[in-house]
Design a protein around this ligand. Structure first.
Ligand code: HAM
Length: 432
């Protein structure tokens, strides 16, 4: 049957996360947090709203994110704010604003949560999505990139995701990239007539992004294009060589992709994406993306602080888990073996106090405070295969007692209220 269209629905590209979805989020977040703690990343939570200009300046005015995908709003006070489309600029802002510059370096930060990009919704692409995000501020060493790649791979591995490849490239820095850009632009201009309309525009504003294009007609041009790897300055070349050496030493499968440039302006030297081996050719395929961005912090806080980071898309990770029939719901379910059945208003009040006692004893219980009929409550206990039912009626409240019924044997006994939780604890231990 077709569902009737409701007047109010979640906005396009957003959705409600239901209990079965949240089991995945909980698992991913808790693993990421464990890794963050173990590897010394401090968790912070920046606001969801930021000054629009922060992204304009750092993510880049000509990037798709800033040009087309930001949710921008004007406040009553006249400020122009944006729903954060990514974390990196916020964390860089926070680093300066909260004096982290005086913390022991490198400063390692972890964050997670929702982000917003006005994109065409499709598989793996939502308007509200979530990331887990790791950043290292204050190290220019190639091992910093390796540390964040390593952590991310370990998280995926622990989730049960196999066959992952790191796509990697170096896009140089302010020393060598301008020269390469010139060479590339010259080549692309020469072949302009063969490019798609978007790339013709990109050619004027951000020629490197042409290399990212997946259109077949552009692919032909890209294949013959000069590659940045051949134009890296000595410093960038040596840095990249070291990154690759580490990958090899750690036996991390990687794929050198000379066309990987990433869609954000701030990267220098290493850029990478973490991809499922079988998805290498797909469009919206990266489980995570990141790289080095040695110039970004200067734009925000006027100080040269080298940095590297990675962010993984939680929804994309969940899609892979679902494809592989990996679920965590069972892990989260704490099956109650006790149900509290009550009869009458006084008993409802007493039940609430009793539930709290069970909570303190860490014994999961079921209860049906909105039900009045004892028969109904017992039926539900039966259906749910709950072994013990505690019955509290008017009389039990007065006598400070309770009835404990074993649903399997049908045996009932009266137990003093103050001894009840202890007794049940003993029974549950015996039945384990
Ligand atoms: P990004 O490549 O834009 O990088 O996003 C990182 C990951 O977030 C992607 O690989 C993907 O898994 C997920 N993602 C992005 N957009 C969407 C979407 N619309 N729907 C679902 N998932 C999405 C960044 O955000 C950088 N800040 C990463 C970084 C951290 N670089 C340095 N530090």
């Amino acid at each position: 049957m077709k569902k009737p269209r409701l007047k109010f629905q979640a906005p396009t590209g957003t959705r409600d996360l239901l209990p079965e979805d949240l089991a995945y989020y909980k698992k991913i977040y808790s693993l990421a947090e464990e890794y963050a703690q173990f590897y010394g990343f401090k968790r912070i939570e920046p606001p969801i709203l930021e000054d629009y200009e922060l992204f304009l300046k750092s993510t880049g005015a000509t990037t798709d994110i800033v040009e087309k995908q930001m949710y921008i709003l004007k406040t009553k006070g006249g400020e122009i704010l944006a729903l954060r489309p990514e974390f990196t600029p916020s964390l860089a802002r926070s680093y300066f604003e909260n004096g982290m510059i005086s913390w022991p370096h490198p400063v390692k930060l972890y964050t997670r949560g929702p982000l917003f990009r006005y994109e065409k919704p499709q598989a793996g692409r939502y308007r509200q999505f979530h990331q887990i995000n790791f950043e290292i501020f204050g190290s220019k060493k190639p091992i910093a990139e390796i540390e964040i790649i390593w952590i991310f791979l370990k998280i995926l591995e622990k989730l049960g995701i196999k066959k992952i490849v790191v796509e990697i490239n170096s896009i140089g820095d302010s020393q060598c990239r301008p020269y390469y850009k010139k060479i590339l632009t010259r080549y692309l201009k020469h072949n302009q007539h063969l490019l798609c309309a978007t790339c013709k525009r990109r050619l004027k504003k951000n020629p490197l992004r042409v290399l990212d294009c997946k259109e077949i007609k552009c692919q032909k041009v890209i294949k013959e294009a000069p590659q940045i790897i051949d134009y890296l300055c000595e410093e960038c070349h040596d840095h990249f060589e070291k990154v690759l050496e580490y990958l090899e030493a750690l036996q991390i499968p990687y794929n050198l992709n000379p066309y990987l440039v990433r869609g954000l302006d701030y990267y220098t030297k290493t850029v990478f994406e973490i991809i499922l081996e079988k998805n290498l050719q797909k469009r919206q395929n990266a489980l995570a993306g990141g790289g080095r961005y040695d110039g970004l912090l200067r734009l925000i806080g006027k100080q040269d602080i080298p940095a590297a980071g990675v962010a993984g898309g939680v929804e994309r990770i969940i899609e892979v888990l679902k494809d592989n029939n990996i679920s965590f719901e069972e892990e989260q379910k704490r099956e109650a073996k006790v149900l509290i059945a009550q009869l009458g208003d006084e008993a409802k009040i007493e039940s609430l106090k009793l539930i709290e006692e069970f909570w303190r004893a860490k014994i999961p219980v079921e209860f049906l405070l909105t039900k009045d009929s004892l028969t109904n409550q017992l039926k539900i206990a039966n259906r749910k295969k709950i072994k013990y039912v505690v019955i509290i009626g008017k009389e039990e409240v007065i006598k400070k007692a309770s009835i404990l019924r074993d649903m399997e044997t049908g045996k009932q006994e009266s137990i003093q209220r103050e001894k009840l939780v202890k007794e049940i604890k003993k029974l549950l231990k015996k039945n384990k």
